[in-house]
Each structure stands twice: as C-alpha cells, then as structure tokens.
Write a protein that binds this ligand. Sequence first.
Ligand code: ADP
Ligand code: ADP
Length: 228
Amino acid sequence: MIQMKNVMKKYTNGVIAIKDLSLTVDPGEFLYVIGPSGAGKSTLIKMLYHELVPTSGTIQVGKYDFSTMSDKDVPYFRRGIGIVFQDFKLLPRLTVYENIAYAMEVIEARDEDIKPRVLHVLKLVGLEQKVRRFPSELSGGEQQRVSIARAIVNAPDVVIADEPTGNLDPDTSDGIMDILERINADGTTIIMATHNRELVNARPHRLLEIAGGRLVRDEQGGSYSDED
Ligand code: ADP
Ligand code: ADP
C-alpha cells in the first residue's frame, strides 16, 4: 500500500527533518506515528499525501510513485486518501452536509450519488441529527467527526490523521478512536500521528517512533512509555 525508500527531507533553511527513512505499510494496517515535538512526524505525514516532496528517496502510495507522478495526477491520487487534521479544517460558512458534499463535488461525483452517500457517512460517525448545523454550532468532538466523515466520503484506501485527538478531551478522543478503528475494520489503512499515550496504550496497533528524523522503533502493538 505504502512504500518509502531512503526518504530524506531537507527544508530550505537547512533543517533535515527526515533522515534516510524506509517503511512499508500493508493494506488494512493501523499505524501510529509517535515521537517528541520536532521529531519529524508532520513532515513524514505531509510527504505521504504529497503536500511536501522529499529531497531524496522514493515514495509510493497505492499505484502512485511520486517520483514519476505528474502534477495533473495529484488530484487523482488525493481521491484515494482521506486526511484528518488536528484543527478539523472545516469550511465555516458551509453546513455539516455541505462540508462533506463538497468533497464529493470536487471529484465530480454524480449529483444523485451525493446525498445518500453524505447521509450514510454522517450516520457512520453518529451525526445524522446535525446535517444542517454549521461547524461553529458543534463541539470539538463533533467537528472532528464531521471531518472524518469528509475524509471517508469518497471511500479512500488510506486515512491519514495528524494528531486527530490533539484538541479533544479523553472521552471525546475515545469516541474518535472508536470511529477510526471501525473504519479500519472495514479495510481502510489508517496512519495516525499522535502524542496521546493513553490512547496508544489502550488500543495497541503497529507503532512507529520517530526521533530526530529517524525511525527508531517499528513494533506491532508497541506501547508508549514515559521514556519515549
Ligand atoms: P513534529 O511533527 O514531530 O513535531 P515536524 O515534522 O513538524 O515535527 O518538524 C521536524 C523538524 O523540521 C523540526 O526541527 C522543525 O522545526 C522543522 N520544520 C518543520 N517545518 C518546517 C518548515 N516549513 N521549514 C523549516 N523547518 C521546518
Ligand atoms: P481549496 O483548494 O479551496 O483549499 P480543497 O478542495 O483543497 O479546497 O479542500 C477543501 C477542504 O477539504 C479543505 O478544508 C481541505 O483541508 C480539505 N481537504 C482537502 N483534501 C482533502 C482530503 N483528501 N481529505 C480530507 N479533507 C481534504
């Protein structure tokens, strides 16, 4: 599903955020990416959805090899992935329904397919009662559920989540994890960067630890201890 080979990322200011990182992720895996602030987690995650381009090395996601992918392929590549952000990134002037429908409109889904699909994903995240609300009328946890619904509405193969519970309290975070695990159980690969020890330890999945731009641990069901 995902292959990174000898990936290095150097920013224009000279900081090397990722150093010689290689990684293989199989379809259907659930992967945590942990590590201290500044370790390179966001840089890694952004390279996976082609927001950032590696300085050297190769990345392949699904059938797309980034070194040969042209600019016009990028939107097609992005259709196959869903992205969830810590700060939700919902469009404030659109309702819950419209935020999700918009993700289908940009890929030119057929009009008659949009409404049933949007209502279906809203039901999956337990927000069918909130279709007409605006983001500002929802709690943080509800906004994150909308953003997950948006991320999965086009049935991606991979969901990439960068600190999805970073702004949420423990109970709410637990609800978000239930949803991500359900999506994963349906076969979607999940890659989640997180600082949340309690969640990682309560719900063991493959754990990648990044430190100083290097992969220092890759462990199935690993735990997140105080020394990490
Ligand atoms: P994390 O997500 O683990 O906190 P980041 O990937 O954001 O780590 O950052 C890794 C390193 O790259 C840090 O030293 C950070 O200061 C640096 N960095 C991140 N983004 C940029 C940027 N746009 N330009 C220059 N340096 C950056
Ligand atoms: P624009 O080009 O006007 O920023 P986009 O279509 O790129 O609009 O994105 C619209 C919204 O959807 C933004 O909030 C963006 O962060 C989010 N978004 C973009 N791509 C994805 C994706 N693959 N999965 C989930 N959300 C996305």
